[in-house]
Design a protein around this ligand. Structure first.
Ligand code: SF4
Length: 273
């Protein structure tokens, strides 16, 4: 089959990574996700049947055509076959992108490929699939493998394979605040739960970080996150809810300490959780 490929540059909006937001953007409108049905495979770009795939997915195709599906299925683990590109950032010696078989232990990715944590510091938390996926504690991270089934069983997801490593110096409230600020900025604003919820999560995190948070703010974070999850046009609200909500659920002691210390207890101390 002979065909042409045209590359259209996006304008940098995170939401244009969502397939129907991308289609709206390509048609010259604001990058706002569409309600489904109809799904893009029925009515997509210019209302024609459209399949949207990631570049990474398409890059597998020539190798599968050349080497065969059985070859591809022998890489990885039973229900997560092939390789993926893990983008490792944060507190590691060698941040970068690593193409590895699915099922690679997260411990190996951090400590062998990415060179471990600088100056021998201890691991505290890992976001295993981009900031829209639930954070893992160090203990969880050291046991999990990077495939769909293992990460689901550990209470997170593979997502984009973007691994964010946080060492013992990092404040979990601060990390959640940065993620909340990002999602507040990137919400397209169509859904009330997302538009208002991302704003509330960000304001609550700012308050905790500033030392003005109260015990009821912790309940409010949990409540707002649950209210956002699963009730909107696209998954950005879910992502924002998981980002903040799971930092609170998995590091609650540190959030409570921000209330009792009227600010971050980590600054200049050896605070442990
Ligand atoms: Fe827009 Fe958020 Fe609704 Fe997605 S969930 S369509 S980003 S308002």
């Amino acid at each position: 089959m002979d065909f042409d490929i045209y590359v259209h540059r996006g304008a940098g909006a995170y939401i244009c990574g969502e397939e129907t937001g991308l289609l709206e953007s390509l048609e010259g409108r604001k990058g706002q996700p569409r309600k489904r049905p109809p799904f893009p495979a029925i009515s997509g770009l210019w209302r024609r049947p459209t399949i949207v795939n990631n570049v990474e997915t398409m890059s597998h195709v020539p190798h599968i055509v050349t080497n065969g599906a059985e070859w591809f299925k022998r890489i990885g683990v039973e229900k997560s076959t092939g390789t993926t590109i893990f983008g490792v950032s944060g507190d590691v010696v060698r941040p970068g992108t690593y193409e590895l078989p699915l099922g690679t232990p997260l411990r190996e990715l951090i400590f062998d490929y990415a060179g471990g944590i600088p100056e021998g510091r201890a691991l505290k938390a890992v976001v295993p699939g981009g900031v829209s996926m639930p954070v893992l504690t160090a203990e969880q991270a050291m046991q999990v493998t990077m495939d769909h089934q293992a990460l689901n069983a550990a209470g997170s997801m593979l997502g984009t394979g973007g691994v964010v490593v946080l060492d013992e110096r990092q404040c979990m409230v601060r990390a959640a605040l940065v993620i909340a600020r990002f999602f507040r900025h990137e919400s397209c604003g169509q859904c009330t739960q997302c538009r208002e919820g991302t704003g509330w999560l960000h304001r609550l995190m700012v308050s905790l970080e500033a030392g003005t948070g109260t015990p009821s703010d912790l309940e409010a974070i949990d409540e707002v996150a649950r209210f956002m999850d699963g009730h909107t046009i696209c998954a950005l609200a879910d992502a924002a809810a998981w980002g903040s909500g799971w930092f609170l659920r998995r590091f609650r002691q540190e959030f409570e300490a921000h209330v009792s210390h009227h600010g971050c207890p980590l600054a200049g101390t050896s605070f442990e959780v």
